[in-house]
Design a protein around this ligand. Structure first.
Ligand SMILES: NC(=O)c1ccc[n+]([C@@H]2O[C@H](COP(=O)([O-])OP(=O)(O)OC[C@H]3O[C@@H](n4cnc5c(N)ncnc54)[C@H](OP(=O)(O)O)[C@@H]3O)[C@@H](O)[C@H]2O)c1
Length: 244
């Protein structure tokens, strides 16, 4: 019943060469979308594309460093119109505030905040002109709860959630739904390592971290017609962590 409901739609998934983004790309392709697999690593991008095309789906790889504003604009021009934008690419750097490297702080804000801002600016007007579109951004429970060493990272995700609310106010009347998913700890190849993810998972009411597919399904729902009355919200997929 729910399969192929994105048939005929083009979806750009940033950071789809790894982890959650890769799982999102596979889920949207399964649901019928043509997926533009974005990242920097062409070899891992090709793996995601091959997995989609081997399964009968449509996909291609687009490279861009989202830390560079000019590259973001170049990506948007190269891609053309999309029906679905998933702002997934991001960097998660944790560390004591007093020792946090200022260039790491700037790099995280460039990739996690400025790039989604520029991409929404590039794609949302076209969606609004066509009267439909879906934008989902990947936030984190760190945007809503205080984590030791997570001040800078949490600030990037709280910013993304604030922008999500503002974008919903700006674009929803034109048929564009804008939401965020605040993931709890997810087993991905992120720099923090599996022990950190397992330990964070223990702090959730479910006492476990999640797999990327558990987050991807939430995104697949939000961009589907089944979520047609949802905009401006952040859905927590975090084993209950934000509730306690
Ligand atoms: N894992 C978690 O526990 C967790 C929890 C909550 C939220 N999140 C959020 O979920 C999203 C995905 O995380 P993940 O754990 O799946 O990460 P991941 O496995 O480390 O993958 C990150 C992806 O983002 C891309 N990327 C990062 N910075 C980029 C840049 N400057 N330019 C272009 N591409 C860039 C990477 O591309 P290349 O590798 O090709 O360079 C890769 O495809 C992030 O926004 C993260 O903050 C993760």
């Amino acid at each position: 019943m729910t399969q192929r409901e994105l048939e005929g739609q083009r979806a750009l998934v940033t950071g789809a060469t790894s982890g959650i983004g890769r799982a999102i790309a596979l889920a949207l392709a399964r649901d019928g979308a043509e997926v533009l697999v974005h990242g920097r690593d062409a070899a891992r991008g090709a793996e995601t594309v091959t997995e989609i095309t081997d399964g009968g789906g449509k996909a291609s790889f687009v490279a861009a460093d989202l830390g560079d504003a000019a590259e973001v604009q170049r990506l948007a021009s190269a891609v053309g119109n999309v029906d679905v934008l998933v702002n997934n690419a991001g960097i998660a750097l944790f560390g004591p505030t007093a020792e946090f490297d200022v260039s790491a702080f700037d790099e995280m804000f460039a990739s996690n905040v400025r790039a989604p801002f520029l991409l929404v600016g590039a794609f949302a007007p076209g969606m609004a002109a066509r009267g439909r579109g879906n934008i989902v951004s990947l936030s984190s429970m760190a945007g809503g709860v205080g984590l030791v060493g997570g001040a800078a990272y949490g600030a990037t995700k709280a910013s993304l959630e604030a922008m999500t609310r503002a974008w919903a106010a700006e674009y929803s009347e034109s048929g564009v739904c804008v939401n965020a998913v605040a993931a709890g700890p997810v087993y991905t190849p992120s720099p923090s390592g599996p022990e950190f993810i397992t330990a964070l998972g223990e702090t959730t009411p479910m006492h476990r971290a999640s797999q990327p597919e558990e987050i991807a399904e939430v995104v697949a729902f939000l961009v589907s017609p089944r979520a047609s009355y949802i905009t401006g919200t952040t859905v927590a997929a975090d084993g209950g962590r934000r509730a306690v």
